[in-house]
Design a protein around this ligand. Sequence first.
Ligand code: S3P
Ligand code: PEP
Length: 424
Amino acid sequence: MKFSKINGLHGEVTIPGDKSISHRSVMFGSLAKGTTKITGFLQGADCLSTISCFQKMGVSIENLGDTVLVHGNGLHGLKKPEQVLDCGNSGTTTRLISGILSAQDFSVTLTGDASIQKRPMKRIMEPLSQMGADITSVNGNGCAPLAINGRLLHGIHYQSPVASAQVKSAILLAGLYAKGETKVTEPSLSRNHTELMLKEFGADVRTEDTTAIIQPAEELFAKDIAVPGDISSAAFFLAAGLIIPNSEILIKNAGINPTRDGMIRVCQAMGGDLTLLNVRKTGEPVADILVRTSSLHGTDIHGNIIPTLIDELPMIAAMACFAEGDTIIRDAAELKVKESNRIAVMVENLSAMGADVEETADGMIIHGGKPLHGAVIDSHLDHRIAMTFAITAALAEGETEILGAECVNISYPNFYQDLKTLAH
Ligand SMILES: O=C(O)C1=C[C@@H](OP(=O)(O)O)[C@@H](O)[C@H](O)C1
Ligand SMILES: C=C(OP(=O)(O)O)C(=O)O
C-alpha cells in the first residue's frame, strides 16, 4: 500500500474498542453465569481469535457487530475442544487462556501464527507450573504450540521479573481455580483491566501497590460491559495531530485508565497541545481529546511509565523524529518480544526514511529534526509498525510503500479509512 504527504488533519474520529478489554470481556463472560452483553467490542482479528477459542470450548457467543452476547457456561462449564485452539496473532489470547486452561479437567493444545510461535511463553509456563500446572512447549523451544493438561492448582506468590499484564492475568485467572490465595508482584504496575473487570464479575481481587491478590472463586456472574475506545489506537491520531502541520482533530471515546495513559503524558512533556474534554466513566475512565499541531521537543522516557505506553512506543519513536533535540527511550526491552522486534524494526525503517536514530540494548535514541523521505517499509506483519509508518509517511518527502499494510486488521480494521477521512 502506498502513502504520501498529508497537508493537515481535520474533523473527528471515534476510536474503536479497546483490544485488552474486548478480549477480557469475552473470556470472563464465558466463565460467568448468565449473559454478558458487550457493546463497543473491537472487531479486530485478535479479539475474533478469542471468540473462536471459547466457541470451540462450548460457549455460545453471538457476534452482532458492535454488540457481542456471551452466554456464559459458569466457572466450570468449559468443554474439551475437538480441535487445537488457534490464537492467531494474539499474545493476549495465548497467555490469558493458558491460565484458564491450566485449571480445567481436560487436555488441550494451543497454537497460533508464525509470529505467535516465536513469542516467549516460558514467562507464563514457569509461574503456572509453580501453581501445579502441566504445561509444555510442544517443540521444546519455550514457545507455542503449548500442550496443557488441566490439573488442580494451588496459589503462589509470584515475583514477576517483567511488568506484563499478560503474565499477571494468566496467573490471576489460574488463581480463580486454585486452592488458597494467589499473589503477583510486578516490578512496576502494568495495565490493570483484569483486576478491575474480574471484580465486576464478582471475584475477590484486590491490589496493594504493585501486587495483585486474588482468592479462589465459586462462581463469576455476567456483567454488561461498555468497551471504551483503545488509547493504543488513539495514539496514532494523537501523534498525527501533533506533528502534521495545520491539524486540529477531536479524538472521541479514548480510554484514559491511568495504567494506560503514558502516551498522553509523553505528548504533554514534549510540548504537545492536547486537551481532555468530556471526561466521563463508562466502566473505565474515557475522554475526548482535542489535538492541535504543536512544536515538539525531545524527552526522556524510562522507568514506571514504560508499561503504561508499551504499545505506543513505535509511534512515539517516529513522532520524536519531528521534535527538536533528542528523545531517549530506555527500560523498553519488552519491545523486542512483541509481534516483531519493535526496536530493531523501528530503527531499520526510520533509518530507511533518513532519520537519525540509534538502537540501544533496551530502547532507542532519536535525534530529532532531520527531514524524512519516502521509502519501502517492511511492517514485518506487525500492525503497530504499519500504522506508525502510515502516519510517518504523511510528513516525508515523496512516496512511502508499506509492505504487509493489511495487518492493521489485528487491532484497527478501519485505520486507513479513518486516516483518509481526517485528511480531507
Ligand atoms: O494484557 C494485555 O491486554 C496486553 C498487555 C501488553 O503485553 P505484555 O503483558 O506482554 O506487556 C500489551 O503489549 C498487549 O498489547 C496487550
Ligand atoms: C503486543 C500486542 O498484542 P499481543 O501481545 O496481544 O499480541 C499489541 O497489540 O501491540
